[in-house]
Write a protein that binds this ligand. Sequence first.
Ligand SMILES: [Ca+2]
Ligand SMILES: [Ca+2]
Ligand SMILES: [Ca+2]
Length: 326
Amino acid sequence: MGRVALFLVIGLVFSSVCFAEDAAEPAATAVKALTVDEAGKIPVTGHTIAADKNIRDWTGVAPEQENSAAVSNGEYIWKDAAGDDAGSGSYTYPLDKVLKKGADLKEFRVTFDKDNLYLLIRTDRPGDWWTGFKIVGIHKEGAAGGTEVLAQGDMDEGGFDSGTFANLKVAPALACQYVVAISSSYKGRIYDEKGKVIARKEAQPDDTPGFKVDDFNWNAIEVVIPLKLIGVPQGASPAGETWKFIIATGQQDSDVARRVEATQSQYHGGGGAEVNVNPNVYDLAGSDKATQEKELGSFDPNAQEGDPKGFATIGKSFLTVNFGSK
Ligand SMILES: [Ca+2]
Ligand SMILES: [Ca+2]
Ligand SMILES: [Ca+2]
């Protein structure tokens, strides 16, 4: 009987120690995997992030299940499936070893404070230093207007200041007030609903103050966007608002979306159309593989190059973020 009592005492002491450790490390516990709809109802309280080539300040816990969302430690988190980076279903990467991968979205996070919106975009790592191209459309629920075409750009003009050249649009219900594009490991543009550049990050003296883009390990990009640049007046807060985010990832070529052509070659992936009308992105957030392939495949192969009427339309692949107050 004495030995049984001793075991009981040891057991009690042991379990109370375990309990104390659990209580001290809530971040280590798993979070529940939510659907986009479920996560979109949970207020994100937000916290401050530094774009400093270090992503340890993103302390929220990602859900374990692929293609699910969570709200954790003041962050909205989407965990994208690995290996769903096939564009409309049959996209391949370029043959050059530098460009063989790098557009598979892994995770997207959103948080904020009184001054800034913060984004984290994680992908797989490219074969060498040649990080890709990312597009983030922002649709504010209840806002008027917005653009369905995700900052395409003018073919005669070309270049990052003109647009993304990704051949993508969204359904009218997702029309975007702003489109953010990220190229390589440190460059960015923000376009307004007319497709005009309103903020620029090039690591040059005339960069837009406060707009920051920086990379960690070639597979994670931190983006800092001053709220006043995207329609939130100084001193106001998006708390109480719901925004939808449309995220598309591809590769970059002279700071626009690298073309996916019909036939794979050294510098271009294959599986697209004969003319450049298919979307030049490999992966989307917010939907499963079948849905994103259907959406990325919804272009008109007979359309004229650059004509938005023929672009693939995203209607279901988005994330809903509900901004809360502390
Ligand atoms: Ca950081
Ligand atoms: Ca993915
Ligand atoms: Ca995906």
